[in-house]
Design a protein around this ligand. Structure first.
Ligand SMILES: [Zn+2]
Length: 123
């Protein structure tokens, strides 16, 4: 267990990631609503909200690195990731960064997807 330097920013950014992901789910519902009910308002609200929050999240994600290996906490990149990492939809192995964001937001801890080290994220 390695301690991340106390960081309110990392905690806030994790919540931004969770928030943005929730809007992605609403966006998908909005697309269904257009086809099912010809009702565009949900999509018109969800699309810009998701895009702005996701762009902000990605931009801010470049400020936070794993204290153990030095790779970006939320940026997956193209290199193979550590088998001990947490995953959303573990069977498919996708969206590791969402699992990291949820872990920090709920438990103030995360498992680095690059080195597999368990880190605390104190505020
Ligand atoms: Zn790491």
């Amino acid at each position: 267990m390695i301690e991340h330097p106390p960081s309110r920013g990392l905690y806030m950014l994790a919540w931004l990631g969770v928030w943005s992901t929730s809007w992605f789910a609403i966006l998908c519902l909005g697309i269904i609503a257009i086809f099912a009910f010809r009702w565009p308002w949900l999509l018109m609200i969800a699309l810009p909200t998701f895009l702005v929050s996701q762009i902000a999240f990605i931009a801010l994600a470049f400020f936070f690195r794993c204290p153990s290996c030095g790779h970006f906490v939320f940026i997956q990149g193209w290199r193979p990731m550590h088998p001990a990492r947490k995953r959303v939809l573990a069977g498919l192995g996708i969206a590791s960064w969402i699992a990291v964001a949820v872990d920090i937001a709920r438990n103030r801890q995360f498992t680095c997807m690059h080195c597999g080290e368990r880190c605390t994220a104190r505020v």
